[in-house]
Structures are given as structure tokens and as C-alpha cells.
Design a protein around this ligand. Structure first.
Ligand SMILES: [Zn+2]
Length: 213
């Protein structure tokens, strides 16, 4: 298990907020080339539609490049006096590692301390999705979710923990089948106040509603 913490955003490689649409036709022909280069015969029956399927699948798995966070959150921020911690945990996510273009996937847990403003709860998994559906490294993905929520909510603090299995570790190289990579990003009160961070970590460890009380 690897635990990684980041103190700054210097590692973030910024992209434009919304990228132009994918060139599906070009991707399709490149997948044909790739199959050929790997020793396959792309014209055999079973593979005839594969380049098109792969192009569509890749486009779906990287659709986050084309989604606009401001548009997503538009109308979903509400003024409120509630100032207790809000937690959305066990959010399933699927991403692709940018080093091997292979999937990594797992659970994301998000908490924040509102500052006169909350976001509709269903939007938090959507934010996780926008940043997951790209080529990523898990550390940057975790930071981008935390920084985005912190910025859009002007919260007193945000905590994000992600636990994932990486196919590039499981299928090749070290072949470590049961390794879980855990990353966290703690901002504001989640970084400065031990008690806040401890409360968050305790709440996300509970396995379900049956444990409450
Ligand atoms: Zn990888």
C-alpha cells in the first residue's frame, strides 16, 4: 500500500478547462494500425468492427476532457447556514493511467466543511467523474477534485481520499494483484485541524449505514 500526500499544486499539469471534441475517425484508423503493429490481422472477421468499438469506448472513457465544471455546477450551489461536515463516500470511479493507458478504478470519499454554501449532493460524484474520465495519475486526480470543490464552494476545508487498483500493476510488471493505492488531498481545516481530519477519516471508514449510532 502506498500513501501519498501532496502539499502543493505544483505537480498539476494544466489543460485547457474544456478540450475540443475527439477525432473519432482518426482514433479508429490508429487502432487499426496498432492492431497490425502488434501482430494482428485487423481485416479478419472478429476484428472488423474493433477499431470503431475501441474508438467509441476510448471516447467515453475520456469524456471528462470535454465537460465544463462551471456548467455542471450551474444552479446546484445553495446558500445555507449549515456548518457541519458534509461527506459523500464510496463513490465508484474509473480512470485511465496516463503512463500505460490502462484502467485504474476504485472508491473516492469526499468531505467538506461548508462556508455559507453547499453543493447538491449528486453533483459531487459528477465532479469526480469529470476528472476521472481522462488520462490521469491518481495523485493529480485526487488533488484536482479537492482543489475544484474548494475553489467552487469557498469551503472552510475539503478532504478527498481515493483508493484504487491499477491494471498496469496487476497485469504487467510487478503483478501485484491485491495492492491498493491510497491517495489523499486535505485542504483548509482538513489540513490544519487534526480533529477535523480525524473526524473525516473516521466517518469514511465506517462500512455502511448499519454501523451508524
Ligand atoms: Zn500505469
Amino acid at each position: 500500500m502506498a500513501k501519498v500526500r501532496h502539499r502543493s499544486l505544483q505537480l498539476i499539469e494544466d489543460l485547457p478547462p474544456v478540450s475540443p471534441p475527439a477525432d473519432t475517425e482518426h482514433v479508429r484508423s490508429l487502432v487499426g494500425e496498432l492492431l497490425k503493429a502488434l501482430g494482428e490481422a485487423p481485416r479478419r472477421n472478429g476484428l472488423l468492427k474493433t477499431p470503431e468499438r475501441v474508438a467509441k469506448a476510448l471516447q467515453f472513457m475520456t469524456k471528462g476532457y470535454h465537460q465544463d465544471i462551471d456548467h455542471l455546477l450551474n444552479g446546484a450551489l445553495f446558500p445555507i447556514e449549515y456548518d457541519e461536515m458534509v461527506i459523500v463516500k464510496d463513490i465508484d470511479f474509473f480512470s485511465m493511467c496516463e503512463h500505460h493507458m490502462l484502467p485504474f478504478f476504485g472508491k473516492c470519499h469526499v468531505g467538506y466543511l461548508p462556508n455559507k454554501k453547499v453543493v447538491g449532493l449528486s453533483k459531487i460524484p459528477r465532479v469526480v467523474d469529470v476528472f476521472s474520465r481522462r488520462f490521469q495519475v491518481q495523485e493529480r486526480l485526487t488533488m484536482q477534485i479537492a482543489e475544484t470543490l474548494q475553489g467552487k464552494l469557498n469551503a472552510h476545508g475539503v478532504g478527498v481520499v481515493m483508493e484504487a487498483r491499477h491494471l498496469c500493476m496487476m497485469m504487467r510488471g510487478v503483478e501485484k494483484q491485491n495492492t491498493l493505492a491510497v491517495t489523499s488531498s486535505m485542504l483548509g481545516a482538513f489540513r490544519t485541524q487534526q480533529q477535523t481530519r480525524a473526524e473525516f477519516l473516521k466517518l469514511i471508514r465506517r462500512s455502511g449505514v448499519g454501523d451508524l449510532g
